[in-house]
Design a protein. Sequence first.
Length: 78
Amino acid sequence: MKRAVRERDGGRCTFVSESGRRCQAPALIEFEHENPVARGGDATVENVRLLCRAHNQLAAECAFGAAFMERKRAEARR
């Protein structure tokens, strides 16, 4: 699955801004579930995309809320 997602997404972040510009981040690319597993999403090629770390964090905040994600990041730092 990972190989298929990398090939489909060109090995780079798939985030597209409101103006239609695709992210150009060259590193820190992560797999992201468009429909989070915690909300019933599947680990399928169709539900997984590549995002840079910053856009992956933004997607998580949109899905779960900024306060929840900040608590999770603080827990991870401990």
